[in-house]
Design a protein around this ligand. Structure first.
Ligand code: SF4
Length: 302
């Protein structure tokens, strides 16, 4: 019996091929994370910027374990029954932040649908620990949707992060095939609710992966929907298949398309847009950092 013919996979274009940087700083970051027993999304999600970011001494901490209760089609983080929370992890994230001398830290977590609070109190404790040891730090959290649990959202906001990031990931039509359990509308509501619930000037942020088969009209509609949800910062990056078990890339957008879409985002009123093939939600996150006093305005870091 003849096998069905699969469409050819697009070849990785030149603009996505980059030499691996060699830097002693990479080894130092590796050593520090190992010593403190911390997970990063850089490694767990097979981020293509892993070498660059670690060589610059930055990383995105992934708390609440390295086993996720969801199974999104784009994400390389392992899906498995999670282990109990590590109560000392917040202190170790705080120590790593201090030793890396970060001015802007990004903290994300696996989805913990097994916990009644979705791991939100662990987020809160981590933010508080990082702040206590790094008083001038800007803290950005990149959270799951907490199944729209308002109490969970309030737990995170009680610790007053400067930036609340929740990725929409893709357009509405593709969400059921790209994200596990999450819905497009719920994510939009979460972003709006974060802004509404915060009793301080919170900056909200979201990101999309492009090249999953969405149309240009859908991309623009999604940006409009984010703006309608009062989202301040947008990241647009090229989806890259982390392993052959994950969703295939449908299209590689050339850099000019990212520039064009980024300009559309700016015209729609986002305070900041990072748009480029290698952009990820935490890539160069400190380039659009809100002031430490947190007055709700974003400015480029000097
Ligand atoms: S872009 Fe973010 S997740 Fe990727 S390596 Fe850099 S800090 Fe880590």
């Amino acid at each position: 019996m003849s096998q069905p013919t699969l469409p050819p996979r697009p070849r990785l274009p030149q603009w996505l091929r980059r030499p691996l940087p060699t830097s002693p700083a990479f080894g130092r970051t590796r050593h520090l994370l190992d010593e403190l027993g911390l997970h990063t999304v850089c490694e767990s999600a097979k981020c293509p910027n892993h070498w660059e970011c670690w060589s610059k001494g930055t990383a995105t901490f992934m708390i609440a374990g390295d086993r996720c209760t969801r199974a999104c089609g784009f994400c390389a983080v392992e899906t498995a029954k999670p282990l109990p929370l590590d109560k000392d992890e917040p202190a170790r994230v705080a120590e790593a932040t201090a030793r890396l001398q970060l001015k802007h830290v990004v903290i994300t977590a696996v989805a913990r649908d097994d916990l009644p609070d979705g791991g939100s109190q662990h987020f809160e404790q981590t933010i508080l620990a990082v702040r206590a040891q790094n008083p001038r730090i800007v803290i950005e959290v990149l959270t799951p949707d907490f199944n729209e649990n308002q109490e969970a959202l309030a737990n995170v906001l009680r610790a007053r992060p400067e930036v609340f990031n929740h990725n929409l990931e893709t357009v509405k039509r593709l969400t059921p095939s790209v994200r596990s359990r999450a819905t497009y509308d719920r994510s939009l509501r979460l972003l709006r609710q974060a802004k509404t619930l915060a009793d301080f000037p919170l900056v909200t942020k979201s990101g999309l992966m492009l090249g999953l088969g969405e149309t240009d009209a859908e991309r623009i509609q999604t940006m409009e929907d984010l703006r309608s949800s009062d989202c301040d910062i947008l990241t647009l990056g090229q989806y890259l298949q982390p392993t052959t078990c994950h969703l295939p890339v449908v299209e590689y957008l050339p850099p000019e398309q990212f520039e064009r879409l980024g300009q559309i985002g700016r015209d729609l009123g986002f305070s900041h847009v990072a748009s480029g093939p290698m952009v990820r939600s935490s890539y160069h996150a400190d380039q659009f950092t809100p002031p430490a006093t947190g007055n709700g305005e974003c400015s480029p870091a000097s």
